[in-house]
Design a binder for this molecule. Structure first.
Ligand SMILES: Cc1ncc(COP(=O)(O)O)c(C=O)c1O
Length: 352
């Protein structure tokens, strides 16, 4: 619960725990722009180790991580190839275009997984009329696709394609730890297929602020410069990194619990008349439900739930999203489901 409510809108709602708050208050700090914040340095070293990369950079947010990664690997006028509903294209204010001067070639996908042949067909020829393709962007897990995981085989194929055609790959791995938990592998086994990766310390990992960009040492050197360019040099931000260090501890167990809760939630919701979902669609911590059979809009349903102390996110006219995270405990899952069941009955009775 958060403030007495079952909070299912997003894993971005997680609250820093007592251990994090204590670590934050006692964190050793220095001027990070000069490389002198020991807590940030420790976090960046740990993050590089976890992702199997040479170096890492602490940034303010996932959005900043994606932006910095793209700007550090491209030149204005180049093009990125990205899944059509990915966060970079749809939820980051068009930063790649506005600040990076990049065009984008959006690729349709099956639940966030792009067909390598389709990606290949989007790579520009060496033609003076066309922008140059520079980076392939992959989102893993894929938010809009319901927290779907990109299989390792697909990553391997995209890597081979990128190598053949001289392209780089960036992964928006805001929830790469969820992908790793779902696949039963460590994060480096996913990140090995990409040149750069962003992952969030907030969201499912529970830190209040921050994300990591990881890659080769030379890439991170350039990313550090771009972070400064976009105003992300944060000085004594070790107070934030201290929470990030704790967020990286024991991740797998915590996320596996969140995934189990999402599956249980989906199984309960499937039994409720008027709510539609396929529990097989639940791969990680997200559950998308269609409420159209109730004859109510998604926002109407979410409002009714909010008045019953359950927060949900409407994502379109008839779909709602529920996300499990550290502040949804096991007992809240059946409780939320029983509130949905009562509400669905009430709505159906009122329209009979
Ligand atoms: C897939 C994905 N990428 C990037 C982000 C951006 O993260 P932030 O909100 O920290 O900027 C989000 C946020 O929800 C996300 O879901």
């Amino acid at each position: 619960m958060i403030d007495g409510r079952i909070e299912l809108r997003s894993d971005t709602m997680t609250q820093p725990n007592a251990r994090m708050r204590e670590a934050m208050s006692g964190a050793a700090v220095g001027d990070d722009v000069c490389g002198e914040d020991p807590t940030i340095n420790a976090l960046e070293e740990k993050a590089a180790r976890v992702s199997g990369k040479e170096a890492a950079l602490f940034v303010a947010s996932g959005t900043m991580g994606n932006l910095v990664s793209l700007l550090a690997q491209t030149r204005p006028g180049q093009e990125i190839i990205a899944e059509e509903n990915c966060h970079i294209l749809s939820h980051e204010c068009g930063g790649y275009a506005r600040l990076g001067g990049l065009t984008a070639s959006p690729v349709p996908s099956r639940r966030g997984v792009m067909d390598p042949a389709m990606v290949e067909s989007r790579i520009r020829e060496d033609d003076i009329h066309q922008p140059r393709t520079a980076v392939i962007c992959i989102e893993n897990t894929h938010n809009e696709a319901g927290g779907a995981v990109v299989p390792l085989g697909n990553l391997r194929e995209l890597r081979a394609l990128a190598d053949t055609r001289g392209l780089r790959i960036h992964m928006d791995g805001a929830r790469i730890f969820n992908a790793a938990a779902a696949l039963g592998v460590s994060v480096d086994k996913i990140a090995e297929f990409v040149d750069s990766v962003t992952f969030c310390l907030s969201k499912g990992l529970g830190a209040p602020v921050g994300a990591i960009v990881a890659g080769s040492a030379s890439f991170i050197e350039e990313a550090r410069r771009v972070r400064k360019l976009v105003g992300g040099g944060m000085r004594q931000a070790g107070v934030l990194a201290a929470a990030g260090l704790i967020a990286l501890d024991g991740v797998r167990d915590r996320l596996e619990r969140d995934h189990r809760n999402a599956t249980r939630l989906a199984e309960c919701v499937r039994e409720i008349r008027g709510l539609r979902l396929d529990p097989d669609d639940v791969q990680t911590n997200m559950v998308y439900v269609d409420v159209s059979a109730l004859g109510i809009s998604a926002s109407g349903f979410a409002q009714e739930c909010a008045s019953r102390l359950v927060n949900l996110l409407p994502v379109g006219p008839t779909r709602i999203r529920m996300v499990t995270h550290q502040d949804v405990d096991d007992a809240e899952v059946p409780l939320a489901a029983s509130i949905f069941a009562d509400l669905a009955e009430t709505i159906m009775a009122s329209t009979r």
